[in-house]
Design a binder for this molecule. Sequence first.
Ligand code: SAH
Ligand code: SF4
Ligand code: F3S
Length: 465
Amino acid sequence: MTTPADFAPPFATAETPAESARDSLVGRTFCIQTFGCQMNEYDSERMAELLTRSGMTRADSLEEADLALINTCAVREKPSHKVISLLGRLKPVRGGRRRCLAVAGCVAQHQKDALLRQVPWLNLVLGPDAIPRLPALVRRAFDGERLCDTSFTDRHSYAFPGADPETVRGRASALVTVMKGCNNGCAYCVVPRTRGRELSRPVAEVLSEVRAMADAGVREVVLIGQNVNSYDGGCSFAALLGAVCEVDGIARVRFTTSNPHDLGDDLVQAFADLPKLMPSFHLPVQSGCDRVLAKMRRGYTVADYLSRVAKLRAARPGIALTTDIIAGFPGETADEFEETIALCREVRYENIYSFVFSPREGTSAALHEEEWGRVPHEEKVRRLEKLQAVARDISLAYAEAKVGQAVEVLVEGVSKTRGDRLFGRTPESRTVNFEGSARVGEIVPVEITSASANALFGAQRGHGT
Ligand code: SAH
Ligand code: SF4
Ligand code: F3S
């Protein structure tokens, strides 16, 4: 008997769904595990909607599901390795039941059919643009084909997969895609390869999705894209924010992520003009050294960055800034990393997401790593740990300053750590665990009684009195 593993490349493409197998999904189960950023979270929900509409139901685990789908991240080595080890765990046992194993997302897009060769029991590889074709691809995979669909759709015919508002019913906050791809060429970054060229979602589509979510009870939307500042879907990003803030029922608006290079004065002004635009801004700086920033091809200097920070703080006093830092970029000296730490102390970030440099195949930093000077792994980790200690202290100081104050919290649900508490977020996006009786989606004042670096704790005003 031939098994899917016996098929050799070249692999089939997705253009001709097998007519005979039209209903082969009905009654089968699926499970999706998601790695990576909000783009992947959003995509996983769209894939789940497509599969559900095709008659499939959810299983509790990848192991139990007829379709085990892993939505992957390629941004650093660690998350890519996790995928390979997960695929190892899901290797079918001889005589076991036949199921479909699929890889989507950025590792899929980056490795393409090489993944099918590397993992003989893998049935399907699909890139982000293939999401609308998912049900057809899965049908064919269940029929025994091994498929790879990682073609980018022509920008003129690409349609953003819209969200079903029923998926977000009962939630306080929801993601809304405003663009895909990235045209920047940061030297370390694989994203432009995995997500392709920038394409903005038309403003009318974004607004109708936000309205539908508001009608389903959502109070906060987070506009997402890899580089939202260069949004170009019929108006500027600042104008889009203004329009989203006007949607009835929406109380809070956030966005992520943006490159400081593209941060214009109109977006700064939006923080002054739009009270519903929450006072938190993720503005990844990556390094506090001009030489390293130039090598990274970030397109700004430390002075440029600091002047944008000053403008933002003037526009919205108290705005909570967060950032991303890479430790041990090729050629970075210990003194240059000290400049990064000094910048972090100067800006006083609410939170810092820091990573050791990870060479990604095909990027210029990976190609030039030896020439520019590879930083030994232990040294990268030493720098990272030093930065993380500084970041923790600053973050804790911000949190402790809230003790004794009342903060406005959007209630998101029951606390994950204590079932008798609720949890939600402050305008600055800090998590608050609190005693209270509010419903999901309500915005309530909470008196803060204690703080840790990760969360605030307190009680809803008037609760228990
Ligand atoms: N579009 C976002 C970045 C998305 S990737 C932006 O430009 O802000 C998220 C973060 O991962 C980056 O900000 C960077 O700090 C980190 N990162 C990306 N590539 C990396 C690499 N090769 N090694 C280590 N960290 C990396
Ligand atoms: Fe990557 Fe730079 Fe684009 Fe961000 S802006 S996704 S770091 S290339
Ligand atoms: Fe990862 Fe792809 Fe997002 S590489 S960070 S999942 S765009």
